[in-house]
Design a protein around this ligand. Structure first.
Ligand code: DGJ
Length: 743
């Protein structure tokens, strides 16, 4: 068990080889935070870390004492208003109007493994040895509310997973206005805050800012985790790099409104909070009811950002994602969206699929436009029955034809949405989220179904399950193309409207759970206008997600680089699309489009019939290459070597588990003239193995490649002598390094 409890000092020490996390029960019964950092020896007493001292303008809990002020004590799940003036982890409104709470230690349990969180996605264990879980039970005597704080420390990697559960064991209802999943007080502010932010088509760009006294936060109030901010944040020491130094990553396993915040107080203590966004949140907890927060995961790394990312990748790939596809290399697909948009017939689809099959593609995906009256984005959403004008033999007929080609068939859904021009809306106009007596806003002419209502979720489940049982469908792309407005449910009373955003997400998770359980072999890919819900919550149900609607190779460098900070390569949906590109109208060479897309799930988002014979020959080679290396590309150990946010070149690489094969992706945006000599120092190789560079036939020891570097100089534009290949804008190479037989 990686958790020790010292009875005399009431101290908990959660640890593994990387991390120590130490807490104690304070004299007022609350939980105090003593240490979070590199693994240290266990001791009975760490109370010297409670630096209690009188501070001007502080208020104190005990008459006659001028040291015990919660404002000056580092805590684990703080409340506001009884000597602490910082933003709290929890706020509960009681019947008499008070918000003061006093959660005091009652008991604790330490168990092997990790319990599931009812109705919510969470990391899991497959044996009790993989992790240990501490549950600390606290109680507010006045309201009778029991608070259970869960802490799971994994046996390997600096991973700590946390959540909180409230049980109303009193007699009166209360309103939970804020319930963070994680709160952590760190003793200083010497960190750079890093976030993944952007917008539609430029999601998860890396942004850095130093911490300073005051509040820094990212959040979403759009009803989904959003393109704008990912529910992920890093605190890194200013000296930390990709390869070295102390880094703390915080990730929230949730797909709805969230907030991640750092508050640096006047004594340079940094309070991190992460959880459901308290804005617009108000959960009524009747006597006898309970409320579970989502899970937050903290990863501590002494090996820089790459070390942190590798820990997240491994955890999220193996112990968050689930099911048949979790460990399987992903099928190479051809999606028709950018090939046809809404303009297709059954024969045209089969024509696209046939060419894809000839090239070696394994899965054909029919995107938006196959159902109801969906000839544009103005109609049909909600009617999950095939449009017989376009698909005379229905989905089952088309699926048969695709399967007859020797490919699998996949289908697009947008289950949470409805157009007003649809049979579903005509039958159930009250099924959408809308506020009484107010106008209801649209996004892309569509309205959001009220997924907080079980009967709505069930209605959609029935329609989807029917199609999935009647047709040979191996893959689903689950889209969500607008943010929520006028959030109000006709099924809930006025004093429960603050629950709707969260209940919606619970309804979404419920539908995913029902479908993934009923159809366990279907591969689910999440999507929300590209990457608006690319979050760990959905990874629990869908092991891959469409990373962005921007399929341009150059734009993708930044998007995929940022995404890799937290998310495994096996979950990054990435396709080769046409040039000029449909989002930025840029002409990039076909080889670069593939070289970027290899570091993801890989597929084509175009009509291969429109390519020249020479291009088709290239596509065939690309598909062969991906089939040979996809296990390593998707499941190897990934290293970022050069950042697209810092210069003209991007380099990343992946290494197989046995370290015998490595693939290095090298990308240069603009070409230069008569450029300098360049080398890239690789990572993760076996220093004693000799690797053959398949491109050049040269051989080098792993230590040479890691410490001297891989030479990437080339004949850049200008004078190209002999048979040297001229270089170009948007150029790239994949270096394949294989352990040579003899050393
Ligand atoms: C947004 C998605 O991100 C696209 O890939 C495509 O599926 C469209 N929606 C279809 O409406």
């Amino acid at each position: 068990m990686n958790i020790v409890y010292h009875q005399r000092t009431k101290t908990f020490h959660l640890y593994n080889d990387t991390l120590s996390y130490i807490m104690c029960v304070l004299e007022n019964g609350h939980l105090g935070q003593l240490y979070c950092g590199r693994a240290i020896h266990d001791k009975e007493d760490f109370s010297y870390l409670l630096e209690k001292m009188p501070r001007p303008m502080s208020s104190y809990l005990y008459e006659g004492d001028r040291t015990f002020s919660l404002e000056n004590i580092k805590q684990e799940y703080p409340v506001y208003g009884s000597t602490d003036y910082r933003h709290p982890a929890v706020e509960i409104l009681q019947e008499n109007g008070s918000r003061i709470m006093d959660f005091q230690y009652e008991s604790h349990t330490i168990t092997g493994g990790k319990p599931a969180l009812a109705g919510l996605p969470a990391t899991y264990t497959e044996s009790d040895e993989e992790a240990a879980t501490l549950q600390v039970t606290l109680r507010d005597k006045v309201t009778g509310i029991r608070l259970e704080l869960l802490y799971t420390v994994f046996a390997e990697g600096g991973i700590l997973a946390r959540s909180a559960r409230f049980v109303n064991e009193g007699t009166a209802p209360v309103h939970i206005l804020n319930a963070m999943s994680l709160s952590l007080d760190l003793p200083d502010k010497d960190y750079v805050w890093m976030q993944l932010s952007g917008a539609w088509a430029r999601e998860r760009h890396v942004k850095n800012r130093p911490l300073e006294q005051g509040i820094l936060a990212i959040d979403s109030m759009r009803g989904h985790s959003s393109h704008h901010h990912n529910p992920f944040m890093v605190l890194k020491r200013p000296s930390a790099t990709e390869d070295s130094g102390t880094v703390l990553g915080f990730s929230l396993i949730y797909s709805g409104n969230f907030r991640i915040q750092a508050e640096v107080d006047t004594y340079d203590v940094t309070r991190i909070t992460a959880g459901i966004n308290p804005s617009c949140f108000d959960w009524k907890l009747e006597a006898g009811e309970s409320f579970q927060t989502p899970e937050a995961v903290m990863v501590y790394s002494e090996e820089g950002l790459n070390g942190m990312s590798q820990t997240f990748h491994h955890l999220y790939q193996k112990r968050l994602a689930r099911g048949y596809w979790r460990d399987r290399p992903r099928p190479i697909l051809n999606n028709n969206w950018e090939a046809t948009y809404f303009d297709f017939t059954e024969d045209r689809l089969v024509e696209i699929a046939s060419k894809a099959k000839e090239c070696g593609v394994e899965l054909f995906v029919l995107d938006d436009g196959w159902f109801g009256a969906r000839c544009s984005d103005r109609a049909g959403l909600g009617d999950w029955v095939a449009n017989r004008d376009r698909l005379p033999q229905g989905i089952s007929g088309l699926a048969e034809r695709i399967e007859a080609l020797g490919m699998k068939f996949g289908l697009w859904f947008e289950p949470e949405m409805v157009n007003k021009d649809s049979d579903l809306f005509r039958a159930h106009p009250d099924w959408i989220l809308q506020t009484p007596d107010r106008s209801v806003s649209h996004g892309r002419y569509q309205y959001v179904l009220d997924f907080s209502r079980p009967e709505v979720v069930d209605g959609i489940y029935q329609m989807m399950a029917k199609i999935l049982s009647e047709s040979k469908i191996s893959y689903i792309k689950w889209d969500m193309n607008r943010s929520i407005t006028e959030c109000y449910s006709a099924a809930l009373p006025g004093d429960r409207q603050g629950e709707v955003f969260h209940r919606y997400i619970l309804g979404l998770y419920d539908l995913y759970e029902r479908l993934t359980s009923a159809f366990p072999h279907i591969l689910f890919e999440s999507c929300a206008s590209g990457g608006a819900r690319f979050d760990p919550g959905l990874l629990y149900y869908a092991p891959q997600g469409w990373a962005s609607d921007d399929s341009d190779a150059v734009e993708r460098l930044k998007i995929q680089y940022g995404t890799s900070m937290c998310y495994p390569i096996s979950c990054i949906g990435s396709h080769v699309s046409v040039a000029p590109n449909h989002q930025v109208f840029r002409n990039t060479p076909l080889h670069t489009r593939a070289n970027v897309a290899y570091f993801g799930t890989f597929g084509y988002e175009l009509d291969l019939n429109k390519l020249t014979d020479e291009e088709i020959a290239q596509v065939k080679e690309q598909i062969q290459f991906m089939k040979e290396y996809r296990k390593i590309l998707q499941f190897g150990t990934f290293y970022r070597l050069k950042s697209p946010f810092e210069g003209n070149e991007t380099v990343w690489m992946t290494v197989s588990e046995d370290k015998k094969t490595a693939l290095v992706g090298w990308y240069r945006v603009l070409n230069g003239v008569n450029m300098p000599y360049t080398r890239v120092r690789l990572q993760g190789l076996d220093p004693d193995l000799v690797y053959e560079n398949v491109l050049s036939g040269t051989r080098h020891y792993g230590d040479e490649l890691m410490h001297v570097g891989l030479i990437t100089s080339d004949a850049t534009s200008g004078e190209v002598v002999g048979d040297a290949k001229p270089s170009m804008d948007f150029d790239s190479r994949i270096y394949v390094l294989k352990a040579a037989d003899e050393q």
